[in-house]
Design a protein around this ligand. Structure first.
Ligand SMILES: [Fe+2]
Ligand SMILES: [Fe+2]
Length: 134
């Protein structure tokens, strides 16, 4: 079972951007399935590392695009990216310290963040500037 499901509320209404977000969600799921089938603590830690990398890479792409185009809400948008990365770091640190990992909590937090961020920040960005080049 994947961690996340694509939801129509994730859609920003631009096919190329939705496609990329869908790929991100699928990647998160693939990494998660890999880690949980192995089942070791190290595999879960690797999953967090890979999750962090995959999400950061997407954010870096958007941030570069916003900078290049002189986007007026760059700071607010970037702050919201940082907020999710901090949250993932916190969840990972908790897991490392305690061995406890609440899969539903992680899924809920990612889902809540994705739907709100895609619906607000990403929709605003891509409606203003279109899709970014890959
Ligand atoms: Fe995005
Ligand atoms: Fe974004």
């Amino acid at each position: 079972m994947g961690l996340l499901h694509w939801e129509s509320r994730y859609s920003v209404g631009i096919a190329a951007v939705d496609h990329e977000h869908r790929e991100l969600v699928e990647l998160v799921n693939r990494l998660y399935v890999e880690a949980t089938t192995q089942g070791s603590k190290d595999a879960v830690l690797d999953f967090f590392g890979d999750l962090f990398k995959a999400i950061s890479a997407h954010f870096a792409l958007e941030e570069r695009f916003m900078r290049e185009r002189g986007y007026d809400h760059l700071v607010q948008h970037k702050n919201d990216h940082e907020r999710l990365l901090d949250e993932i770091r916190d969840i990972m640190d908790d897991f490392e310290a305690s061995d406890r990992f609440d899969e539903r909590m992680l899924a809920q937090r990612l889902d809540a963040w994705f739907s709100r961020h895609f619906e607000t920040h990403d929709a605003r960005l891509h409606n203003a500037l279109g899709a970014h080049p890959e």
